[in-house]
Write a protein that binds this ligand. Structure first.
Ligand code: TXA
Ligand code: MG
Length: 354
């Protein structure tokens, strides 16, 4: 299959609308279109068609017990797919939709089991990216969209990443340039009495608490997935977002972290070794490849670059990756969550706190 690429920045307003229409026609016919959202690129198809969900799993090489997020463009869409929409859900939608928040609610029977991985709940999100909203609206159906990467690889933050993984396997890509946030949406489970955070993201725990009061945190987020412990979001179980090399996070007092990483890096061939750091410390490392992702002054700049930096590790054929840790509050919670998963929870603690 030839994957058609629609480059939005090269199109006039009129042509953009035509491109959206063409992509919506593909979705209506049961095809797959990757599209930008404010978080990461999604691989979209009709969420109400069981065969389409199967095609999404096949294109990504993703296990079919890992449910998909259903993307909607208005509140009508929420009632179409979800049962028993709670007050908390309405308050959260009011505050954060359209935006990077996914809510888990009881599903309506119109949503096929293939889309929800056999669960009786459904994950719903109203994205804020204009192309995403236009595509869902023009398609006239809710769109199931996992991140548009091959299963296990870092999520795509630009159309080029989507093509690296899925060229020839999907009908089209809408190229809307680099995404704004760079990490997947926050997931909150509202199907039980107390809301549970299943995946941290740009909408932080602090922000959600302001709206709904106390929330719980899925215990596997911090402990990692060990035997007998199953995360409530099945997707959080897989080694994810991961480069091929062996990745280790070093945490502690900054000077000690730098010293430790330099020492560890010296133990390997410099061509096969990389350090991931930020602007603040980029000159503190030597003797291997040093890759910088944003600045600690602005954690959004780190989030935005994290996945493309992880992808670059594979392009450079890096075998040993050392990365500094981040404070685990606010957006740092999501950054550390993705780093821990990419590193398979391998952490070295040196003296002092970050
Ligand atoms: O930002 C995002 O959410 C992106 C963009 C494209 O919207 N999408 C995304 O989808 O990250 P995906 O499929 O890569 O991640 C979905 C996560 C998985 O961990 C999955 O297990 C979880 O959501 N999930 C989906 N439905 C669920 C459900 N009913 N109960 C619990 N977890 C669910
Ligand atoms: Mg994903």
């Amino acid at each position: 299959m030839k994957t058609k690429v629609f480059s939005m920045k090269e199109l006039t307003g009129r042509e953009e609308l035509d491109a959206i229409k063409e992509c919506a026609a593909i979705i209506k016919k049961g095809g797959l279109v990757a599209f930008p959202t404010e978080t990461v690129y999604g691989l979209g198809g009709n969420a109400l068609d069981a065969n389409v969900s199967k095609k999404i799993y096949a294109a990504k090489g993703r296990p079919s017990d890992n449910p998909l997020i259903v993307h909607i463009c208005d509140m009508k869409g929420l009632y179409e797919v979800a049962e028993g929409v709670t007050d908390a859900a309405i308050q959260l939608a009011d505050r954060f939709w359209p935006g990077p928040l996914t809510m888990i609610l009881k599903k309506k029977s119109i949503v096929p089991d293939e889309t929800t991985g056999g669960l009786d709940t459904v994950a719903v999100r109203m994205p804020s990216h204009k192309d995403a909203l236009r595509l869902i609206n023009a398609s006239g159906v809710p769109i199931a969209a996992p991140s548009a990467n091959s299963s296990g690889r870092p999520s795509p933050t630009m159309a080029g990443h989507v093509l690296q993984d899925l060229d020839g396997k999907i009908d089209a890509v809408i190229d809307g340039g680099a995404v704004d946030i760079g990490l997947e949406s926050t997931i909150i489970d509202l199907s039980a009495a107390v809301p549970v955070l299943l995946r941290p993201g740009y909408i932080t725990t602090e922000m959600i608490k302001e709206v709904v009061g106390e929330i719980e945190r899925d215990p596997t987020l911090d402990a990692g997935v060990s035997e007998g412990m199953k995360p409530k979001a099945p997707g959080m179980m897989y080694r994810h977002y991961a480069p091929k090399g062996d990745m280790v996070i070093v945490t502690g007092n900054t000077d000690n972290v730098i010293e430790k990483i330099n020492e560890l890096a010296r133990g390997h061939d410099p061509h096969e070794t990389a350090v991931i750091t930020t602007e603040e410390n980029r000159h503190a490392y030597s003797g291997c490849r040093v890759v910088c992702m944003g600045t600690r002054q602005d954690e959004q700049s780190v989030a935005r670059q994290l996945y493309s930096v992880l992808r670059r590790m594979d392009e450079y054929n890096i075998k040993y990756i050392y990365v500094e840790s981040f404070k685990s509050d606010r957006l740092g919670d999501a950054i550390m969550n993705r780093l821990l998963k990419a590193a398979g929870h391998k952490v070295i603690h040196v003296e002092g706190r970050y």
